[in-house]
Design a protein around this ligand. Structure first.
Ligand code: AMP
Ligand code: ZN
Length: 474
């Protein structure tokens, strides 16, 4: 069965075919900018990439999967405007830039682990590859694609006629759409910085020597330099969230193909955004976001969030709400309960017809996945199989074990105490807040009254130092 995926570049569903003669699929995914927690929106993209990774392997391809960690150079705008994200975070937390980077990188991988996201084969940090980036920019300059202007090195997008093909915008549109903070040093508004020396970030702590002067790389160059270092000149798949299409990935294509003088990447896959119910955008730089820890603190199993992600197709927006998450948590618990029930069913006798049915079900599961990762349809099949009255328990278990190699929901691990899966709904959160206010005002009668009310709703509050409370469920 062939694996078909949607290519943003061609707008078509295409069959995945290795571009290198060794048959290995080379995949590069843009990784986190480690100046803050990854929010659950970011994590949706990494779950999509994890499903893709597992599916590629299931389709029988050897795979090398590379992901970068951006610990220098990413400004608050994806273009070359705004503040340096790492510097802002260091000031905010009174830590060094590198301490910030390592702290949030560690937390990122803890969150990935909690979501059963497999670690890419190679994880590479931007700060460890600055010499590769400098060499890359030198070659672009030699080939006439880069120019030096007032201390910075820029990519000249006018020299790359295909600029804008990925997002379907031509350079003129991009110019009109460009953000207002124009950089007078650029020849064209869509040009972008490859190397900064003279900029508003005179106090940039991380700096390296280069032929253009001491400075640091622009954000986009790291992905081209590191992907080529580890994956060579012909990339099969490049992934990221949809926000990367218009600027970051256009820029990656321009600089990589200018460098190579040939086509670079076969397929571009982009994950749609996780949105909040009331259409509020989750933004790391604005600080209004939900992290996986928020969900864990509220008593959710992180894999309930993975389940929720799997119920929508990666190219459709997913609306996040606690109601949706509650439903996913419930469904996951039901699935775990089914798995446990089937394991206790001793009936291991089945016919060759049953075995053939298992093969058909597995093929159907693969067909959904190989059809551009259609996880919602695959999930619907899972429930159909579980509910099939004419299918033996032992084969249902075999089916579920196969499914979990992709879904990675730990179906075989019994659900934790049901109450721990419960969310704090708005009403309860409001009562907890009211009680905090009452305690600050030393209104003990009111505080006790609210505590009893919460207890009646099954929520136990324990007072902790600093007017904090620990919540558990009856
Ligand atoms: P960043 O750390 O900001 O560079 O983003 C990490 C990844 O998350 C990138 O692939 C982004 O495209 C993706 N991303 C950012 N916001 C969202 C969102 N709300 N939903 C899904 N993916 C997102
Ligand atoms: Zn990238």
């Amino acid at each position: 069965m062939s694996l078909k995926l949607h290519n943003t570049y061609s707008h078509k569903i295409e069959e995945l075919k290795p571009s290198n003669s060794d048959g290995v699929i080379r995949m590069y995914c843009c990784g986190p900018t480690v100046y803050n927690y990854a929010h659950i929106g970011n994590l949706r993209t990494y779950v999509f990439e994890d499903v893709l990774r597992r599916t590629i392997k299931r389709a029988g391809f050897p795979l090398t999967h590379v992901m970068n960690v951006t610990d220098v150079g990413h400004l608050t705008s994806d273009a070359d405007e705004g503040d340096d994200k790492m510097l802002l975070a260091a000031e905010r937390e009174k830590k060094s830039v590198l301490d910030i980077a390592r702290k949030y990188e560690d937390i990122f991988f803890q969150h990935e682990k909690a979501l059963n996201i497999e670690r890419p084969d190679i994880v590479c940090r931007a700060t460890d590859h600055v010499q590769d980036m400098i060499k890359f920019v030198e070659k672009l300059e030699e080939k006439g694609f880069a120019y030096f202007s007032n201390g910075n090195v820029y990519f000249d997008t006018a020299k790359f006629p295909a600029y804008g093909n990925l997002s379907g915008q031509n350079r003129k549109d991009l110019m009109h759409g460009a953000r207002v903070e124009t950089d007078a040093n650029k020849r064209n508004p869509s040009d972008f910085v490859l190397w900064f020396t003279s900029s508003k970030f005179k106090d940039q702590i991380l700096q390296w020597d280069s032929k253009w002067g001491r400075g640091y790389p622009g954000w986009h160059i790291e992905c081209s330099a590191m992907s080529m270092k580890y994956l060579g000149e012909h990339l099969d798949i490049h992934c990221g969230g949809v926000d990367h299409i218009a600027v970051h990935h256009e820029n990656e294509i321009a600089q990589s193909e200018a460098y190579l003088s040939h086509k670079w990447c076969q397929m571009w896959l982009h994950g749609e955004f996780l949105q909040m119910k009331n259409d509020v955008k989750m933004s790391k730089s604005k600080g209004n976001f939900i992290t996986l820890d928020t969900l864990i603190e509220k008593g959710y199993n992180p894999l309930a969030y993975r389940y929720l992600i799997l119920t929508s197709h990666y190219r459709s927006p997913l609306i996040f709400s606690y109601e949706n998450l509650d439903a996913a948590a419930q469904a996951l618990n039901n699935l775990k309960a089914k798995y446990a029930e089937l394991s206790n069913d001793k009936d291991a006798v089945y016919s060759t017809d049953d075995e053939a049915k298992l093969q058909n079900y597995l093929q159907e599961f693969d067909a959904h996945l190989f059809n551009d990762l259609h996880t919602p349809q695959a999930m619907a099949l899972v429930w159909k199989v579980v509910k099939d009255k004419d299918f033996p328990a032992s084969l249902k278990l075999k089916f579920l074990d196969n499914v979990d190699m992709i879904f990675a929901l730990d179906m075989n691990v019994p659900a934790v105490e049901k109450n721990c899966e419960r969310a704090l709904d708005d009403e309860i959160l409001k009562l907890i807040e009211e009680r905090k206010v009452a305690r600050l005002a030393k209104n003990w009668a009111k505080s006790d009254e609210i505590r009893d009310l919460l207890l009646a709703k099954g929520v136990v509050v324990k007072d902790m130092p600093g007017n904090e409370v620990e919540i558990s469920f009856k």
